[in-house]
Design a protein around this ligand. Structure first.
Ligand code: PLP
Length: 402
């Protein structure tokens, strides 16, 4: 069985490209060109050199000793939080801006919910000196003021989406409308392993640098290039896809995806798509999504803005359906506790998204010799306000601990 995309753009029954007629030419061009361009030596040279000198790769693979003692196995943290801009998202936007240049596209559009992908896109557009328009729901613009300020400072235009619930799906609709109106000169940078083929595969390839590095780093640390478990949080699924990529066909490696349970899976306020979702089409691909009986998207909820997505990438839907990947979910509360703990025992303040992956480690049935790699997708600076609230409400407990 293959876990990679087939020639039609599918992972098993998931994937494909369900797009308006007007975009067929763009998507066809992209699908024809991306593999040729990505495999081109000149492209790879430029991509790798920017990842090294601009992003700061390779990111360390760090043996978290005190966390390992607590879990009862060797836990390694893949430090994507140390990338420029503070998360893994920049790996993909660097790749796509280079691709856009080679396709002769002079104008970049993107959509963003929490603003993290908007910032990563605005960053690479500033780097290359190209026009950047980021669509964002009006409600999200109000909720995510610091990221909106970052995008503006980086020279991007943030355009509010005023329809519907004024959140991510409305911003996505606006971005697609823009692309239909400006097909020739515009490239649409999607920020996760979602969207019509070839985006899920393209984004996974750009993020696959994560597992490419884990392989040689682990070889240095433990003498073999594969761990027993790779654990990553899943919003759309790009950091997980990158961390899983080179291990997909190695069944000795357990792939573990962690979703946001929000206030609890059955609470009505959750983003645990693989449990609550059903098959349907979202953002141009067939996958699992949270929807009502008549196909309306259900607004997801998580304390972490980056996991607050109603769908999941088609490759992950396939990995889960086939049993290749195991899924857990962590609640807001569990993620907050895990973030506090990593900060105190390792001196690393993780992003709230990442904290979901950390929260389930003690649910894995490990042996002492096991090697677990956790993809530390991002740093927690952006979540400080939420962390401060939590600390204020749990003060006694957290100051007197240890
Ligand atoms: C955006 C984000 C995520 C979720 O996106 P994926 O595509 O699922 O990786 C996870 N962690 C951090 C730090 C993020 O910024």
């Amino acid at each position: 069985m293959s876990y990679q995309v087939d020639n039609q753009g599918y992972y098993g029954e998931f994937g494909g490209a369900f797009i308006p007629e007007m975009l067929h030419a763009n998507i066809d061009q992209l699908a024809k060109q991306y593999k040729i361009l990505i495999n081109d030596d000149g492209f790879q040279k430029e991509f790798k050199s920017l990842l090294k000198d601009y992003v700061g790769r390779p990111t360390p693979l760090y043996l978290a000793k005190r966390l390992s003692t607590k879990i009862g196995a060797r836990v390694y943290l893949k430090r994507e939080d140390l990338n420029h801009t503070g998360a893994h998202k920049i790996n993909n936007t660097i790749g796509q801006i280079l691709l856009a240049q080679r396709l002769g596209k002079k104008r970049i559009i993107a959509e963003t919910g929490a603003g993290q992908h908007g910032v990563a896109t605005a960053t690479v557009c500033a780097l290359m000196g190209v026009e950047c328009i980021v669509y964002m729901g009006k409600v999200d613009i109000a909720r995510q003021a610091p990221n909106v300020a970052r995008m503006r400072m980086l020279g991007a235009e943030v355009r509010p989406a005023l329809s519907g619930s004024q959140t991510l799906k409305d911003a996505t609709n606006e971005a697609i409308r823009d692309w239909i109106n400006n097909p020739a000169k515009t490239h649409y940078i999607i920020g996760s392993v979602v969207g019509p083929h070839p985006y899920p595969d393209m984004v996974a390839r750009f993020q696959s640098v994560i597992s490419e590095e884990i392989q040689w780093q682990l070889k240095e640390h433990v003498g073999r290039s594969h761990p027993d478990y790779v654990v990553a949080c899943v919003g759309g699924g790009s950091n997980a896809a990158g961390a899983f990529y080179h291990y997909l066909d190695n069944e000795d490696v357990q792939l573990v995806a962690v979703e946001a349970a929000g206030k609890g899976i059955d609470s009505g306020a959750s983003a645990a798509t693989s449990v609550l979702g059903s098959k349907g089409i979202i953002h141009g691909s067939r996958t699992l999504l949270m929807q009502t009986k008549d196909g309306q998207i259900i607004e997801p909820y998580s304390i972490s803005a980056g996991l607050d997505y109603p769908g999941i990438g088609p490759q992950h839907a396939h990995l889960i359906a086939t049993g290749r990947a195991q899924v857990f979910s962590a609640t807001d509360e569990e993620a907050l506790e895990a973030a506090m703990e990593l900060s105190r025992i390792e001196g690393i303040i993780p992003a709230l998204e990442t904290a979901h992956a950390l929260a389930i480690l003690d649910r894995i049935k490990v042996k002492e010799d096991d090697v677990i790699v956790v993809n530390l997708s991002g740093r927690g600076d952006k979540d400080l306000a939420t962390y401060i609230d939590y600390l204020d409400n749990n003060q006694g407990e957290h100051i007197s601990d240890e």
